[in-house]
Design a protein around this ligand. Structure first.
Ligand code: WTA
Length: 633
């Protein structure tokens, strides 16, 4: 399963495209199945239908945990670094983790969770979060993790969409200097979700919380009950390869986030295969992925990929800049981290603090560096390469999406060549192409277009929860017969891919995907707002910032106050991650005669371009453009 040389990469790639079923059957055989599959792959992109390893039966947690116990039982599975460096860290060996996962799976059963039920997990980055995730998978429930930065309203939307009747949360979470009152947010969300039957609350910050009788229970009490029941075992539920493993909500170009669905067998094969090959993981290495488990990167490369591979996964509760901007480097030094996987936004932010925070840290344990989430600019790449990797560590620039389950395009550490700012070559099984506006494939090298994928790989999304048609429309209808990524892309003269950013109405702010329509909806909720239009603009640290053009009713006496109110509204409706960076009050928006907002113009103005705005003659009222230009921030 491991690619070991450049020639081996080319050979694997060719075989994976020529004979995908032979190739992936061989990879899948290295896992533990309760029943072998009948058919490796069945698909068409028109419905879409994608089935991998159909008829196969397995439980992913047996592959993550049980099968490693004999050889790796006492090896750390998870090392946890707390927010506060003064607090003691925790180590869970594979044995410990399996014990706790079984125990908590029994807690879930005691609380009425059944196979196929959706369980929402809204927790901070403590070991109980992956325990909860794996306990769901153990007993066949579908986990839906929601990032701790989302608001009550966002949680309520997701709970309703997934019809999740069970919630696992914490009293609160520590993130840098802040305490986040998670349970209080859940309480607000549940005002609109009376169908929720049970909330299990894990203790972390000891902030006072209100517990609702009959609905809310403490994690610790429930674990005690399981202990007194005396049976620590919990057999792994037998799952079909195509049974749902999890739902993860992500933003698209429409106002409502969609629940991306991943299933058991293909996701397992894909996360393990990509983890081992992209990072060239070697047994015994310590892998530190700095993402939050609330995002796909955390699902695939803190939890599933590393554990499926028997690796030691380091998880960090806090933020890179607290107590100071040396925190990542201190963690690398403290645990002798070998693989560091982070986001360009974090690199740019730390770069801004200077080398003072790097210079006295021993980073010599590092062997491989990685980035994900957004295009990395050349300056950040060089800084990372020189000052963190000391010019000794390859940087894998991994391009992928929530929908792809794991990495699709990346160099393989020390195996395939790196090229700064390029994700480089597709992984085996990945069949990319570039198309023009009309969906016509652009062949050859040295060309740009919209990035699509022609054939399914094991980790591709299967549907969007509760609405298959939406999945079709979003990903498979723009260019019939292809999976459309939403990204623009350049292919250089050697066939290396460079992802240039979204071509749809999705922003990428600090590596977080946010739909412009979602932010507009939130702004429009504010009383007094008549209409708004949101676009992205280049931001030194965040990659993209959020620029909002807002029309308000009548005259407001205090513009700054109104701005603050709008920002608060967005934080309340979506969460702090979607707060606009700039709000410009305007009298009108540039619209075509058919009423469509011309975002191209707004984008240019937000980028600081005022002269070359392109054709404005089709506008209903070309005069608004001058007014907007004059007031640009
Ligand atoms: C962007 C994160 C350039 C891209 C795993 C994609 C990237 C979106 C890269 C998915 C990269 C991710 N280079 N752009 N290496 N990685 N992106 O769903 O626009 O949160 O479509 O998944 O991030 O974001 P998501």
């Amino acid at each position: 399963m491991k690619i070991t040389t450049l020639a081996n990469y080319h050979q694997s790639y060719k075989e994976s495209i020529d004979q995908p079923e032979v190739f992936w059957a061989r990879v899948a055989e290295s896992f533990s199945w309760k029943r072998k599959w009948d058919k490796v792959l069945d698909w068409n992109f028109s419905e879409p239908k994608v089935k991998w390893f159909e008829g196969g039966k397995l439980n992913i947690t047996e592959n993550c945990l049980d099968r490693h116990i004999e050889t790796l039982g006492d090896t750390p599975a998870i090392i946890w670094e707390p927010n506060d460096p003064e607090e003691h860290h925790r180590v869970l060996t594979y044995k410990d983790l399996l014990f706790k996962v079984k125990q908590f799976a029994n807690v879930l059963k005691n609380n009425g969770v059944k196979k196929g039920d959706r369980v929402c997990i809204y927790m901070g980055m403590i070991p109980e979060l992956p325990i909860a995730v794996l306990a769901c998978a153990r007993m066949g429930a579908i986990h839906s993790v929601i990032f701790g930065g989302f608001s009550a309203q966002s949680i309520a939307d997701r709970l309703q969409d997934a019809r999740a009747e069970f919630i696992i949360t914490c009293d609160g979470a520590y993130r840098g200097a802040k305490d986040i009152p998670l349970k209080a947010v859940i309480d607000d969300a549940l005002i609109a979700c009376a169908f929720v039957k049970r909330v299990i609350v894990c203790t972390r910050t000891r902030v006072p919380v209100s517990m609702i009788k009959g609905r809310d229970v403490w994690w610790e009490d429930e674990v005690k009950k399981v202990e007194t029941q005396g049976n620590p075992d919990c057999p792994a539920e037998v799952m079909d390869a195509e049974d749902m493993l999890f739902i993860l909500y992500t933003s698209g170009s429409t106002g409502k986030p969609k629940g991306v669905v991943h299933t058991t067998g293909g996701y397992m094969v894909w996360t393990a295969y990509t983890f081992q090959n992209v990072f060239q993981y070697q047994p015994g290495q310590i892998h530190f992925c700095t993402a939050d488990i609330g995002w796909i990167t955390g699902h695939s490369y803190i939890v599933y990929g590393p554990l499926l591979s028997g690796a030691t996964s380091l998880m960090f509760e806090g933020v890179p800049t607290w107590p100071d901007a040396g925190r990542f480097w201190e963690i690398v030094d403290k645990y002798k981290v070998n693989i560091l996987y982070t986001a360009p936004t974090a690199i740019r932010s730390l770069m801004g603090f200077g080398l003072e925070y790097v210079k006295d840290k021993d980073l010599s344990s590092l062997q491989v560096l990685g980035t994900v989430g957004e295009p990395i600019n050349a300056e950040a790449w060089q800084w990372y390469y020189k000052n963190i990797g000391k010019e000794n560590c390859p940087i894998v620039d991994t391009w992928w999406q929530t929908e792809t389950g794991g990495v699709l395009i990346s160099n393989l550490a020390k195996i395939t060549p790196q090229k700064p700012t390029f994700a480089t070559l597709p992984l085996p099984g990945v069949n990319p192409c570039l198309v023009d506006e009309n969906g016509k494939e652009i062949e050859g090298n040295g060309v740009s277009g919209n990035l699509c994928i022609k054939t399914p790989w094991p980790g591709i999304l299967r549907t969007t929860y509760g609405d298959h048609e939406r999945c079709r429309l979003n990903y498979f209808a723009t260019y019939p017969g292809l999976y459309f990524t939403g990204d623009g892309c350049l292919r250089d003269e050697h066939g290396n891919y460079r992802i240039t950013g979204r071509v749809d109405d999705v922003l990428n702010v600090s590596g977080h995907r946010i739909g412009t329509a979602e932010v507009e909806n939130a702004i429009n909720m504010h009383a007094g707002v008549v209409e708004s239009a949101v676009v992205g603009y280049p931001h030194d640290v965040k990659g993209q910032g959020i620029y909002a053009y807002v029309i308000t009713e009548g005259h407001h006496s205090n513009e700054n106050q109104t701005r603050q109110d709008i920002i608060q509204t967005v934080a309340r409706i979506i969460g702090a991650i979607a707060k606009p960076d700039k709000i410009q009050f305007v009298k009108g928006l540039p619209k075509t005669r058919s009423g469509k907002i011309m975002r191209r113009i707004l984008r240019k103005i937000a980028e600081g371009e005022t002269s070359n705005l392109g054709d404005t003659s089709t506008l209903l009222d070309p005069g608004v453009v001058d007014e907007i230009k004059a007031g640009a921030l």
